[in-house]
Design a protein around this ligand. Structure first.
Ligand SMILES: NC(=O)c1ccc[n+]([C@@H]2O[C@H](COP(=O)([O-])OP(=O)(O)OC[C@H]3O[C@@H](n4cnc5c(N)ncnc54)[C@H](OP(=O)(O)O)[C@@H]3O)[C@@H](O)[C@H]2O)c1
Length: 312
């Protein structure tokens, strides 16, 4: 396993991470334990969750963190644990967002569910237009000083918001975010125009989410309706399983096969060939998927191959 510095920080994360938004909702304890154990055995140290994961399951928001906390008991320090706050945890307007009041409550709840006394990477899940960024960063800086959080990051911010957060941290002498978690994969490249250059300029590592476009980039879905998995059952299926996207992955798959690889190798390899990317946090439903994903992550594309893929 390759380990990379996340942004300009000293935090080392495994190049293949593990997303856990399917924990508790789709994976019960036994299946989630098998995924986690396999990940650990293959050197995957970076685990991403969020306070709201589990929403939609019987147990509701918090269930994924709770399950992860149970499964990590006794081996917490083997992992780098990233979680997020800010998405609604209830109907209440006071249980969401990035205000000081909510951050102080949210972190305590995450620590309790995760059964730990520190979070490695605490991420703002989504921009909160109601709260000044200085208030958010100052509250997060306080958590770092209190030892509850080691590093901070954010997710889904626009490039101008990334710059605003960076300069606020600099002028106010607050800890600065080291990572940006964004929807980014072979098919969805909107962040290349503004967000990636902002991350490069300010020393943030990119953590691509939906790196497999919910399973589509494994190549298991076919235009004839073949392919089972969460994507087929999700509300996103209509947007992803389109004629145009099938044509695009057909070209990408041919490019990979011509070079002795699979589409899955290209999905991981294309992301990991970009130095700004810290960790690719695909979720997995089984130990076999974890194995396949770690094996797929070995390919590094040349500059010419990256250009070729861009043209496809
Ligand atoms: N910051 C944000 O706003 C945000 C938003 C979304 C997600 N995230 C994070 O990003 C992580 C990854 O996103 P995601 O899980 O939604 O999408 P994804 O990683 O693109 O897709 C993962 C899904 O693809 C399937 N899969 C994975 N490996 C496979 C393999 N080798 N062969 C066949 N199928 C395979 C599995 O589902 P099936 O087996 O059911 O097909 C798995 O759950 C999440 O866990 C979460 O941590 C963050």
């Amino acid at each position: 396993m390759e380990y990379r510095r996340l942004g300009d920080s000293g935090l080392l994360v495994s190049a293949v991470g593990l997303g856990t938004n399917n924990f508790a909702g789709r994976l019960q304890d036994e299946a989630a334990r098998a995924v986690l154990n396999q990940a650990f055995d293959l050197g995957v140290s970076f685990i991403d969750t969020a306070d709201m994961y589990g929403q939609g399951s019987k147990a509701g928001p918090g269930a994924s963190e709770n399950q992860l906390g149970r499964l990590l008991a006794g081996r917490r320090t083997n992992f780098i644990l990233a979680t997020k706050f800010g998405q609604p945890m209830s109907e209440s307007i006071y249980e969401r967002g990035a205000s000081r009041g909510w951050i102080v409550r949210a972190v305590e709840a995450s620590l309790r569910r995760l059964r730990t006394d520190y979070i490695d990477l605490y991420q703002i899940h989504t921009p909160d237009p109601q709260t000044p960024i200085e208030e958010t960063l100052r509250a997060l800086d306080d958590l770092i000083r209190a030892g509850k959080v080691r590093w901070i990051g954010h997710s889904n911010l626009a490039a101008w918001q990334i710059a605003d957060a960076e300069w606020t941290a600099r002028t106010e002498h607050l800890a600065h975010p080291i990572s940006a978690q964004m929807h980014y994969n072979l098919l969805v490249r909107g962040i290349q125009a503004e967000v990636i250059p902002a991350c490069q300029a300010f020393g943030l590592g990119v953590i691509p989410y939906f790196p497999l476009e919910s399973g589509f980039l494994t190549g298991k879905y076919r235009p004839n309706g073949e392919g089972k998995g969460r994507l087929a059952e999700s509300a996103r299926s209509g947007q992803v399983l389109t004629k145009e996207n099938f044509e695009r992955i057909e070209r990408l798959e041919a490019f990979a096969v011509e070079r002795g690889h699979k589409l899955l190798d290209l999905a991981f390899g294309w992301l990991l060939s970009q130095p700004v990317v810290g960790s690719v946090i695909a979720s997995a439903s089984s130990a076999d998927q974890v194995k396949a994903n770690v094996a797929a992550a070995e390919w590094r594309l040349s500059a010419a191959e990256m250009e070729h893929v861009a043209a496809l």
